[in-house]
Design a protein around this ligand. Structure first.
Ligand code: ADP
Ligand code: MG
Length: 249
């Protein structure tokens, strides 16, 4: 699904990702953990093609296709989805409208019919329970005045609607209360599919309790320094990053 080979990414003249490699096969759930500021969100921005996050070395393949030069919009249509660490607000446009426009863009790309507002609302309402949001939120401006946790649920709602191939969730559990972490964890687990892969960035093993995880990677200094199974996440929680990053270096 995703094959990143030895990339280097600089932002504002500062090198953030160095000789970074990561490969995620179809159907797998990979987790990245690591201290603040090591480049986890930079990695998300690089995969989604955000302006200013250019790859100066190495390459990035999605389903075997080189992503170089492909715009963020096209990457999204191809099935790359990012639930942002800090979701944006779009005052002036309702949440339902943003979601419908996004879905219709992707449906058009896939050669499917666009959904009219009536059919869309039916689909939307069938998904709301799974993320714990009510109908009222859909009439409000997109994320405008939503709490931190509500914005995160709204990100997961987008993922449910868009049915991406590669789901990158950047600290989806930050700002969520304990019950919501469970709800979101179970929702992710239900979305697992042989043709869908996940890249989860998190600081807490709690979310991972509700999921079958294939690999856990630890990132420091702009690259992955060690990888393992779920036991690595528990070891990190007990011992912190120092021990593990020292062993790896
Ligand atoms: P993490 O998500 O692991 O906490 P980030 O990827 O957000 O870390 O940031 C890694 C480093 O890159 C930080 O030092 C951050 O300040 C810097 N950085 C990221 N994006 C930008 C940007 N747009 N402009 C300047 N510095 C940036
Ligand atoms: Mg981050």
């Amino acid at each position: 699904m995703l094959d990143i080979q030895h990339i280097e990414v600089g932002v504002e003249g500062k090198k953030i990702l160095r000789d970074f490699s990561l490969s995620i096969p179809n159907g797998e759930v990979h987790v990245i953990m690591g201290p603040n500021g090591v480049g986890k969100s930079t990695l998300s921005s690089t995969i989604t093609g955000k302006a200013g996050y250019a790859v100066s070395q190495g390459k990035m393949l999605f389903e075997g296709k080189d992503l170089t030069g492909i715009s963020p919009e096209v990457r999204a249509r191809m099935g790359i989805f990012l639930a942002m660490q800090h979701p944006i607000e779009i005052p002036g446009v309702s949440t339902a409208e943003v979601l419908r426009m996004s879905l219709n863009e992707i449906r058009t790309y896939r050669g499917e019919e666009r959904l009219d507002p009536f059919d869309f609302v039916e689909l939307l309402e069938s998904k709301l329970d799974q993320v714990g949001l009510s109908r009222e939120y859909m009439q409000r401006f997109f994320n405008d005045g939503f709490s931190g946790g509500e914005k995160k649920r709204n990100e997961v709602l987008q993922m449910l609607l868009l049915e991406p191939k590669l789901c990158i969730l950047d600290e989806i559990d930050s700002g969520l209360d304990i019950d919501s972490v469970k709800l979101i964890g179970e929702t992710i687990q239900k979305m697992k599919h042989a043709d869908r892969s996940f890249l989860l960035i998190t600081h807490y093993p709690r979310l991972l309790e509700y999921l079958e995880v294939d690999k856990v990677h630890v990132m420091t200094g702009g690259r992955i320094v060690t990888s393992g199974g779920i036991e690595l996440a528990h070891q990190l929680e007990k011992e912190g990053y120092d021990q593990i990053t020292m062993q790896a270096s």
